[in-house]
Write a protein that binds this ligand. Structure first.
Ligand SMILES: [Zn+2]
Length: 80
């Protein structure tokens, strides 16, 4: 997964508490200096944490979309 400086990754901000894209400013080894795009608060996080959070978030999103798709099916049947 691309974790180049300048790209963004979803992460829970420790300052404003929101799940926001964090811009990666610099990298030292496996540690990344990231800045919250919501409150501009900085944080230092491990690359593993960033990747794990992204995976968890995508899994959660996938489940939400599946639930929405399941919920739509009975409604579609009624109207067709
Ligand atoms: Zn923030």
């Amino acid at each position: 997964m691309d974790l180049e400086p300048g790209s963004t990754r979803l992460y829970r901000c420790g300052l404003c508490g929101a799940d926001t894209p964090h811009r990666i400013c610099s990298r030292r080894g496996n540690r990344y200096a990231v800045v919250c795009t919501n409150c501009a608060g900085g944080a230092l996080v491990g690359g593993d944490d960033l990747l794990l959070y992204q995976v968890r978030w995508e899994e959660e999103l996938r489940q939400i979309l599946e639930q929405l798709a399941e919920g739509d099916t009975p409604t579609d049947d009624r109207w067709h």
